[in-house]
Design a protein. Structure first.
Length: 310
């Protein structure tokens, strides 16, 4: 594969956890960020951002997409002298819809293509790089692969003495097809939530009964999402993280509880505060108060990150 000088990357946002699957279950959603990267032989950096977060994100090397690209160039080589980055963001920032993972996936994918690599053949490296920036693979794997993903990590010896070292913390993910009767709806509040803050609310230890309960629900969620959507109400129950995070977004958890009382499987999306409803028809029932939330039907993205060479 030759080395292009201009690429367009389209990457989906994602939801994670789906209730019990803390740091292990994710799903890509049809809500997309686009980045266009152009390289130059002369030094320089130009960054333009429009859409979500455009008034707050940095326009220099601190930009998350650029940080991801620099990291990937260290692995793939071929770092250019000059770069122009244009971002059009549709994924809300700090809402639990995978904006940082989408940026990381977009950046490492763009760098791989600009370095002359085939992203289909570099999927494992792209997962290691993007998930490594996140610290977990659920959102990154969903944005990279599309569909519903089961993600995990393990410390193991890498093959062939790769750049990841003789032994490393390595991320893994398997993509599964979502049952066609599952129609996600996101309820996005105006307020933001920091992943660092919400993780800080989690205890170091949880009761054994709660761990066993949540483990059984996580296993059930895989079956429910792929084959038995009638089990989603039970499968989205959680005792591991959502109850402890209530102080960070009480209105979001009240909406989760209201939806469930009306028969709709619902959970906090990722680190919140967005609420994910797993409906059968893409509509919320009458009688649920969604004041303060933007309700958005978001179909499952099935393809993951997409690249066009220009």
């Amino acid at each position: 594969m030759g080395r292009p000088t201009r690429v367009l990357v389209r990457v989906p946002g994602s939801t994670a956890n789906l209730g019990p699957g803390f740091d292990s279950l994710g799903m890509a959603l049809a809500l997309y960020d686009e980045i266009e990267v152009e390289t130059f032989e002369t030094p320089g950096l130009f960054v333009d951002v429009a859409g979500q977060g455009c008034r707050h994100v940095p326009r220099d090397e601190r930009h998350l997409v650029l940080r991801a690209m620099r990291l990937a160039f260290e692995t793939f080589g071929g770092a250019p002298a000059g770069l122009r980055l244009r971002c059009l963001n549709a994924v809300p920032h700090s809402r639990g819809l995978g904006s940082s993972a989408a940026a990381a996936v977009a950046g490492v994918t763009a760098a791989a293509v600009l370095a002359g690599r085939d992203p289909e053949l570099e999927r494992d490296a792209l997962l290691q790089l993007s998930a490594g920036m996140e610290g977990h693979a659920d959102n990154a794997a969903a944005s990279l692969l599309g569909g519903f993903v089961v993600a995990w990590e393990a410390t193991e010896r890498s093959a062939g003495g790769t750049s990841f070292g003789p032994s490393a913390r390595r991320f893994h993910a398997e993509k599964l097809d979502v049952h066609p009767d599952v129609h996600p709806v996101a309820c996005v509040p105006d307020v933001e939530s920091s992943t660092k803050t919400t993780r800080g609310l989690l205890p170091e230890q949880v009761p054994l009964a709660d761990a066993a309960f949540t483990g059984s629900r996580c296993a059930l969620a895989v079956l429910a999402m792929t084959r038995r959507p009638d089990l989603l109400m039970t499968a989205t129950e959680d005792r591991l993280h959502q109850p402890y995070r209530r102080p960070a977004y009480p209105s979001s958890l009240r909406l989760v509880e209201a939806l469930r009382e009306h028969g709709v499987p619902a959970a906090i999306s990722g680190a919140g505060p967005t609420v994910l409803a797993l409906t059968g028809d893409g509509a919320l029932p009458d009688g649920v108060d969604t004041d303060g939330f933007a309700v958005q039907r978001l179909p499952v993205d099935t393809t993951g990150v997409h690249v066009e060479v220009r």
